[in-house]
Design a protein around this ligand. Structure first.
Ligand SMILES: *[C@@H]1O[C@H](CO)[C@@H](O)[C@H](O)[C@H]1NC(C)=O
Ligand SMILES: *[C@@H]1O[C@H](CO)[C@@H](O)[C@H](O)[C@H]1NC(C)=O
Ligand SMILES: *[C@@H]1O[C@H](CO)[C@@H](O)[C@H](O)[C@H]1NC(C)=O
Length: 475
């Protein structure tokens, strides 16, 4: 009797493998329709293209009623929600808002989407994302027309995504702004100086709540709005992000992981027992690839000096974009050739699919500088793949990585170069410690950073915001 079940299992596995391999081998935008992504940056516009492979458009097996009851967002059924995005692209901010749109659609909310800043080259990506939303029953319409104004006035809830989306309020709503403000939840994912402009955020004190990705970012916003702009933040809700179900599916599938690992290692020309330390972020100074390579070089020297026995070590820099960051990238490559470590450093172009790389590497390095990441979704994605994280002690990273348990933290800046080098050596020489850290990271993700955790956290925020906005409009 076991036979049919086994056969079924195998064909299911094959289908999934086929799907995963398709993702790996194909870079076509058609695939964008099947891909969902996440946030890994404080600045959604400078985010690396990095999206998890997903089979999110597969047939929903659960009947809607059961889904509604099970979801913590069930109370949003038949509520009208307007989502205001500053742009529609594959960067972190818009993709996260799309995830929210689909969570709400799953429980039967009416969801409308407007994009305030249509890029002048409204391209294939924009169209396929819009198409994907329309397919899931999200209404998409112009940010500037009467329909947007009417929907804002009718809506139970309006979510503004990113600080920049604030421009839409005066620009479009005009004399209706004050009517809409009590219904607004403002979702903020950025932590850079140029966002603290009154032009963007002057209405912030009057909306019902601000939802922010980490405590560090929330503190920063409180401080900056107060000190620089002399305005008060509204009620702040910190909501950590979660890993999508699709990413977890790949991360927890041993066969898929192995196939992806072999494939990527082959493409990089490294052996199966070599040690790979990877940094996965769009290449730019703020993400600290330069300092990482300095640390990596230093770690190779330490290993040589101390005659340590370790496998061949490699640094992988995923997120390269020579056209966008020519000067910085040239600097990185010059460093590598000056030090003669070309055989140990691999640059990989920006990619939509990070899962294969997470499957292929041994350690994730999160080296974002200055205030660090707002949250840094790649960190929890790596932990889902049981990878230890070597991260800067800044920003959201400190709220995700438990120093000494799920990874090791080092200071930002030049002071961090030697500590990171030593941490690289530690993980290279202590195999058991490395694997234990990876497992602990995975357990932490299962406990705190899953999609359903994010859904629960968002649900409690929406509940409170709805309640407050109702009592405001009554009084
Ligand atoms: C804001 O941060 C600065 C230092 O960065 C500090 O001196 C100041 O006291 C902080 N202000 C508030 C209101 O927390
Ligand atoms: C990476 O991108 C550069 C241009 O930015 C291109 O010339 C190169 O062929 C790409 N490499 C791969 C392997 O696709
Ligand atoms: C992390 O832990 C190590 C010891 O395991 C300690 O030396 C280091 O100072 C800690 N770093 C931070 C930022 O807490």
């Amino acid at each position: 009797m076991a036979k049919p079940a086994t056969a079924g299992w195998i064909s299911l596995q094959n289908k999934r493998l086929l799907f995963l391999l398709l993702l790996v081998f194909s870079g076509s935008t058609a695939l964008v329709l099947f891909i969902r992504g996440g946030l890994d940056s404080c600045d959604p516009r400078r985010e690396g293209g990095r999206v998890a492979p997903a089979a999110s458009d597969r047939v929903q097996l659960q009947p809607p009623a059961a889904r509604v009851q099970k979801s913590p967002l069930g109370f949003m059924r038949s509520k009208l929600v307007l989502l205001v995005s500053h742009e529609l692209s594959l960067s972190g901010g818009p993709l996260l808002l799309m995830e929210l749109a689909f969570l709400l659609r799953n429980v039967g909310s009416q969801v409308a989407w407007i994009t305030n800043q249509k890029s002048e080259d409204a391209n294939e990506v924009t169209y396929s994302l819009e198409h994907k939303m329309l397919n899931r029953g999200v209404q998409v319409f112009s940010a500037k027309g009467q329909e947007a104004i009417d929907t804002a006035l009718k809506a139970d809830l309006v979510v503004l995504n990113t600080a920049v989306a604030g421009k839409w309020l005066d620009g479009v709503l005009k004399e209706h702004v004050s009517q809409v403000l009590p219904k607004i939840l403002w979702w903020i994912h950025e932590m850079r100086g140029h966002y603290f402009k009154l032009e963007y955020v002057k209405h912030l004190p009057f909306v019902t709540g601000a939802m922010i990705d980490s405590y560090t970012t929330a503190e920063y916003w409180k401080n900056r709005t107060h000190e620089r702009l002399k305005i008060q933040m509204p009620q702040i809700y910190v909501v950590h992000l979660g890993n999508s179900r699709e990413l977890m599916e790949v991360a927890e599938d041993n066969i898929a992981r192995r196939v992806l690992r072999e494939h990527i290692r082959e493409s990089l020309g490294v052996r199966s027992d070599d040690l790979l330390f990877a940094i996965i972020n769009s290449v730019s100074r703020g993400k600290g690839q330069d300092l990482f390579l300095h640390s990596f070089y230093e770690s190779l020297q330490l290993i040589q000096e101390q005659k340590l026995q370790v496998p061949s070590m490699h640094a992988v820099v995923v997120g390269s974009d020579m056209n966008a960051q020519t000067k910085f990238e040239t600097e990185l490559r010059d460093f590598v050739s000056k030090k003669g470590i070309q055989d140990h450093v691999h640059f990989v172009n920006k990619t939509l699919t990070v899962a294969p790389y997470l499957a292929a590497i041994d350690v994730l390095v999160q080296n974002s500088q200055a205030r660090g990441e707002c949250f840094g979704r790649i960190t929890i994605e790596a932990m889902a793949f049981q990878l230890p994280v070597l991260g800067t002690a800044a920003g959201g990273t400190t709220e995700i990585v438990v120093n000494g348990s799920t990874g090791l933290l080092h200071p930002v800046g030049k002071e961090g170069v030697t500590p990171l080098a030593k941490n690289i050596v530690k993980l290279a020489t202590h195999v058991e410690r490395r694997l234990t850290m990876g497992r602990k990271g995975y357990e932490r993700v299962r406990k705190r950073f899953m999609e359903h955790h994010m859904e629960e956290r968002i649900a409690s925020v929406l509940k409170e915001v709805l309640w407050k906005s109702k009592s405001n409009s009554r009084s």
